[in-house]
Write a protein of this length. Structure first.
Length: 346
């Protein structure tokens, strides 16, 4: 089987000839010219590209950017200016130091921006990178984060948003509604567009919300917006790379087909065996913890086989990926994983 055929079997809940193993293109591209990749792809490693089949066209918005060097560090400041006010953010050496939402007024401006943004299909260039890297590449269709996760991760930051939920509840809920409307439109476009697998890049970890907030803010979006995707025959996966135990019952009943970047302890808080016990029919695209690549080859080999035994004793509903980090010893460690997966052949 090719990586395409393996993933199609995996998504369908069928048994591929061996457990698929992939790497995000973002974890590959800085070293893409290294000749060591070719034998890894030939041995079964797949390359996943993530693309949005839509674009956002904003009205009443001027984008102002300033780049400077301060104390030897690159500083980038961006202002989004509208007729209703402005919001700003700042990055230092690529790391966000100041988020967009800091006050009730910021929420009102951002709500105005979202309400004046049109989401339109953009299918023409979808899959171009995949075609260039055939037969080793597969393209995902991205839908972005759901409203609360977008506010938490992209606009406010975890620490501040935890206070905003209480201090600015009216403004938070108003922006949530605007983002929900936008996400609904994105789901319609993605449902009508290319790509079998749809990634909901939540970056969710349960301790940031807990079960009550999950049930109130995430589940309604999943239930409403994933429906047209399923009707179109899409497989929908949520990027849950953190802790999940406190909401495992809610996840079990959520219309989520696949948990992507599922990570065992210490980053996560459930082993693959525990996940399989509570989610018997969901697909797991599991991230092998970055630290395990530093194990001696024999131990890494056995760990891969042990995780297959935990999550997929029948060879079904499991794939592995490199989604969080590529270790410095990738030339030596990735072949160990690929060799172990050869032992899962049907």
């Amino acid at each position: 089987m090719t990586i395409h055929e393996r993933l199609e079997a995996f998504w369908a809940g069928e048994r591929p000839d061996e457990i698929p193993y992939t790497i995000y293109h973002t974890k590959w591209q800085d070293a893409k010219d290294d000749p060591a990749w070719e034998p890894l792809f030939e041995a079964g490693l797949g390359l996943t590209f993530k693309e949005y089949p839509f674009r956002q066209e904003r009205r009443d918005l001027d984008v102002i950017e300033h780049e400077t060097v301060e104390s030897g560090l690159s500083v980038r400041r961006v202002i989004w200016r509208t007729s209703q006010g402005e919001v700003s953010a700042r990055w230092t050496d690529g790391w966000q130091q100041e988020h967009w939402l800091k006050s009730p007024e910021d929420y009102r401006v951002m709500t105005h921006i979202v309400g004046n943004t049109d989401v339109v299909p953009d299918y023409d260039s979808f899959g171009a990178a995949e075609r260039e890297m055939q037969p080793y590449a597969v393209t995902w269709s991205m839908i972005g984060r759901t409203p609360l996760q977008e506010m938490l991760v992209d606009y406010a930051g975890l620490e501040s948003f935890s206070f905003h939920l209480f201090d600015y509840e009216e403004e938070v809920r108003r922006l949530y509604k605007a983002l929900f409307d936008s996400f609904r439109r994105k789901a319609e476009i993605v449902a009508a567009g290319p790509g079998r697998f749809v990634s909901n890049l939540e970056n969710f970890t349960a301790e940031t919300l807990g079960p009550d907030r999950y049930e109130e803010f995430l589940l309604p979006v999943y239930e409403e917006c994933f429906a047209p995707l399923h009707e179109a025959g899409k497989i929908v996966g949520c990027h849950y790379d953190g802790k999940t135990a406190s909401v495992k019952g809610l996840i079990a009943h959520a219309p989520i087909d696949l948990i992507e970047s599922l990570t065992p302890p210490p980053e996560g808080d459930q082993s693959l065996a525990e996940c399989r016990a509570v989610w018997p029919t969901k697909l797991f695209w599991s991230n092998l913890n970055a630290s395990v690549y530093e194990l001696p080859p024999g131990e890494l080999h056995q760990l891969v086989l042990d995780r297959v035994a935990e999550a997929a004793p029948d060879g079904r509903r499991l794939a592995f990926e490199i989604s969080e980090a590529r270790q410095a010893n990738w030339r030596e460690s990735i072949p160990v994983v690929l060799k172990a997966l050869k032992e899962t052949r049907s």
